[in-house]
Design a binder for this molecule. Structure first.
Ligand code: SF4
Length: 200
């Protein structure tokens, strides 16, 4: 029987052309990008955090009820420009989050100054070229004895609204990232605090 040598490649040549599944794959733009951002996770720890993780902004959750908790039950409601009703609404926060892909979620215990950590990180991330970097802190702003509600912030470089003040469901967001968070039922219960830095 006559065979056509040009259209029937040998077994060896077919083996050689098959891509090896064991060969190292070149880094994708996504993995290169994440490894570039991972230096900031270590930086968060150096600044006083327990840990930090890169999270997709689709896993940062907002909800209307969060603002309700500020309005009814928080003594700091309306006490500063960084609290409701002055801080961004959950709807606006959702739109802002959707303009970003990646954020750094910062976890600290009761000894960590989350506001200082995320503000420092916002600056460092910005200077690294992520020009849209923005930080969300934790808890009401206490930088002034009395907030300048009618005018400009007196500490515009250091004051940032809390995640919860902008309608972010901190419980759902922390749990989705695998971080611990529970209702603190007693004064000696474990306390976990979170801040967020939008990166890009
Ligand atoms: S830094 Fe002062 S002026 Fe600015 S939001 Fe905080 S309390 Fe208000």
């Amino acid at each position: 029987m006559k065979t056509n040598k040009r259209t029937e490649p040998s077994v060896m040549s077919r083996i050689r052309r098959r891509p090896s599944t064991l060969a190292p794959q070149p880094p994708t733009p996504d993995t290169q990008h994440r490894s570039g951002l991972e230096v900031f996770l270590q930086r968060a720890v150096e600044l006083g955090a327990k840990e930090a993780k890169l999270v997709p902004t689709s896993q940062v959750f907002t909800a209307d009820w969060v603002r309700l908790k500020c309005q009814y039950g928080c003594g700091a409601y309306a006490s500063s420009r960084n609290c409701p009703p002055y801080s961004p609404t959950p709807e606006r926060t959702r739109r802002i989050l959707d303009e970003f892909k990646t954020a750094i979620l910062v976890h600290g215990d009761k000894t960590a100054d989350i506001r200082k950590i995320v503000v420092a990180m916002e600056r460092e991330v910005f200077l690294a070229g992520y020009y849209r970097a923005f930080a969300y802190a934790c808890g009401p702003c206490h930088l002034c004895k009395e907030c300048n509600l009618g005018g400009a912030c007196r500490h515009e470089d250091d004051a940032r609204p809390a995640m919860e003040a902008c309608g972010i469901d901190v419980f759902a967001t922390a749990r989705a990232a695998g971080f611990p968070i529970e209702v603190v039922a007693s004064r000696d219960g474990e306390q976990n605090y979170y801040g967020l830095v939008l990166v890009e």
